[in-house]
Design a protein around this ligand. Structure first.
Ligand SMILES: Cc1cc2nc3c(=O)[nH]c(=O)nc-3n(C[C@H](O)[C@H](O)[C@H](O)COP(=O)(O)O)c2cc1C
Length: 187
């Protein structure tokens, strides 16, 4: 799969079926984060790969309403980072940018491997911290729900979520976010 194809294939699907999680898979995904660019090569990311069924079950408690579909996760990648572990250049704080890039690299690799890797913001950082013994000074930035796409629609999904399984949610037009040569120039 080439990069453009992986970008196009990646979708935040919510109807998941189980997939076997191996140490090799986790290592493969971690390697993709490892070689991602970062400010001053600071590599501020930390990840917890949660795959033990007992811990996954505990993590269900941390999910927000509307994310019940994520109970079917075969793995949850908990994305962590600390502001001080990366560049701070006046008001420019880079850790979330760099961690986002590393996480997208993992998501695209997971896509290439035929998996769904769906980031979510709908969770309780406080509960996640408690369940996984994450120190207070480390931010819980996102959870990435990993599984295999199921052809059966998850019965927990809302109408809007069912719609999104079938068709990629609408995007802004390119002209709404692209400028040429100076801000506001659209031609
Ligand atoms: C930071 C972030 C947080 C998100 N949070 C949730 C979430 O809590 N629950 C959910 O179902 N989807 C969540 N999504 C998925 C988006 O809704 C989805 O990416 C968007 O609707 C576009 O769909 P697509 O990724 O399939 O193209 C999140 C995505 C990102 C990047």
């Amino acid at each position: 799969m080439d990069v453009k194809e992986a970008i196009e294939k990646r979708r935040a699907f919510r109807s998941l079926e189980p997939v076997k999680i191996t140490k090799e898979l986790i290592h493969d995904l971690a390697e993709c984060a490892q070689i991602t660019a970062s400010c001053f090569n600071n590599q501020p990311w930390q990840y917890i790969f949660v795959h033990e069924p007992k811990v996954l079950k505990q993590m269900q408690e941390a999910l927000s309403q509307g994310n019940e579909w994520a109970h079917e996760a075969s793995m949850i990648i908990v994305v962590l980072g600390k502001k001080d572990d990366d560049c701070i250049i006046y008001d420019r704080i880079y850790y979330r940018y760099d961690i986002g890039m590393a996480t997208e690299a993992m998501i695209l690799r997971a896509t290439e491997l035929g998996l769904v890797a769906h980031p979510i913001a709908g969770y309780s950082p406080k509960k996640t911290r408690k369940i996984l013994s994450i120190p207070e000074n480390i931010d819980v930035i996102t959870l990435v729900i990993v599984g295999k796409k199921s052809d059966k629609i998850n019965p927990d999904l809302s109408d809007k979520q069912i719609e999104a399984e079938k068709k990629r949610p609408k995007r802004k037009k390119i002209g709404e976010f692209v400028h040429f040569n100076k801000y506001g120039d659209k031609k």
